[in-house]
Unconditional design. Structure first.
Length: 123
């Protein structure tokens, strides 16, 4: 297993210079070195044909997955209108159900004499 270049660089810095109050400068140099190392490594990988093919395939799959959603604005508008109509219809049904419950409860209370409670079933 190859050693980590960032850790090697940090170890080299500590061997060459003692830890001092300018530790933040040393830390910044370490971070800069790490960023440079990653940049070089990623640049090498992204320059390969395999990476280009993988990226192309990923983009094609992403676009294919997005097409049904973004490909047809007219279809989205139609779907939004249908949802709106369904929501309105649902509100109407809920209102009817609520008024039906209220009228049923009102009719039931009108039939029950106020002085008497519910009739009990004979056992």
């Amino acid at each position: 297993m190859a050693a980590d270049p960032v850790l090697e660089y940090w170890a080299e810095i500590l061997r060459r210079t003692p830890v001092s109050p300018d530790i933040m400068d040393q830390w910044k140099r370490l971070l800069d070195h790490g960023i440079d190392a990653w940049s070089r490594a990623l640049s090498e990988v992204m320059a390969t044909e395999e990476f280009a093919q993988l990226l192309g395939t990923s983009i094609e799959q992403w676009l294919a997955a997005q097409a049904p959603v973004t490909g047809n604005p007219t279809q989205l508008t139609t779907l939004a209108a249908q949802l709106s109509r369904l929501e309105e219809r649902l509100r109407q049904l809920e209102d009817r159900l609520e008024s039906s419950r209220a009228s049923t409860a009102g009719a039931a209370s009108a039939r029950t004499p106020r002085g008497r409670g519910r009739r009990r079933r004979a056992a």
